[in-house]
Design a protein around this ligand. Sequence first.
Ligand code: SF4
Length: 482
Amino acid sequence: MEISASNPVATCAVPGSDPTAAARVLYDEVAGSGIVPPAEIGAAAQGLVALARIYGTTPFLPLEQARREIGLDRAGFGRLLDLFARIPGLRTAVENGPSGRYWTNTVLGLERAGVFDAVLDRRPTFPHLVGLYPGPTCMFRCHFCVRVTGARYQASALDDGNAMFASVIDEVPAHNRDAMYVSGGLEPLTNPGLGALVSRAAERGFRIILYTNSFALTEQKLKGERGLWSLHAIRTSLYGLNDEEYRATTGKQGAFTRVRANLTRFQQLRAERGEPVRLGLSYIVLPGRAGRLSALIDFVAELNEAAPDRPLDYINLREDYSGRPDGKLSPEERAELQAELHRFRERAMERTPTLHIDYGYALHSLMTGSDVELVRIRPETMRPAAHPQVSVQVDILGDVYLYREAAFPGLAGADRYRIGTVSPGTTLAQVVETFVTSGGSVVAKPGDEYFLDGFDQAVTARLNQMETDVADGWGDRRGFLR
Ligand code: SF4
């Protein structure tokens, strides 16, 4: 994150920026608003900067806590919130802050869709996001995967499962083109009917993103399942940058060589056919691998050489979000990672200038120079009614799960988060409606927090924050930015 001296307001939540310069610029805007008595203009300008810093760093803080931190009474704080809403540069400041990705990647889009209010009002609505988990198995055994070793769905479940997925695709309201994605659970490309399902969704106008390990993304597969070319994007989870790293992470020999060959050929075919499908990578920085980021850019550059006119579209860099001790980087390695991220960005500008890089919630914060803690939901802060109006996941049996990491076969305790089953007589809308209107709820047990991925955690934190704001009498301003 570059700190622009020419725009001290838009960057005032970034560590190292000058709050006094920002308050000086804001002084005139506050004076012009007519909301604040002349004697309080300076303090109000400083309060606005403080507010931007608070919500740029701790996006899920209840308003009452922010009020106490700033030290205003309720009337004064209400005026400050009014002022904040009138000055667009302050909104930008929050989005540019160390935790800004929570706002831009997750919260604000869901606010625009109005789905948080549906959850708080316990109103049944069709889920805003539907994860289709069609893979019956996976060829990898990643050491961090929650999957029970050897667990899979029977091949005999495929025909009925794919008919059920087709019915879900037909049921999803078409107004939100990004309402569905294909992921796992297990590896989606192990389902031979996936291409046909993707075609069906594309014909209805949906933009489907496939999350895959790309081990099975061969030329033969693409010939046999032409529907895969109708995907909006293919996002490949990359588990290393050589065969040894892949073996250490996935347990499979020679897997990197094969994934690299598949992606290289995909690049060539995509360019030759002029297909619009986007290609991206997702790379989790695992402990011991912080120093490998430069090699990651070299890998992208190598893929780009296969199709110089159609370079790779994007890369999502992530830290292990699970909160499990074995995924955590040591403080020394985090310091190394911070320096490495900057080298990575420079190398990317040089070698892969068109590549879009998303650093996610945590790494964005590290890039800004402040190492804010990721939001961590614990069993006691999980919401008994969860958020099926925001998202659900459907596996090959038609079972509907409340959280993204719960939809694996045989996972202990996950069945408590299964809210029903889509079948010839029951639609997804009916499953959700029954759960919501019957007051369905789940009492969380220790360890249940691992069923939530980073998205589920952010959504839960947001809903908890909104509920507290409403209870504190800030209903009309709940959640700060919308
Ligand atoms: S993390 Fe994904 S690729 Fe790895 S074993 Fe689990 S399902 Fe398979």
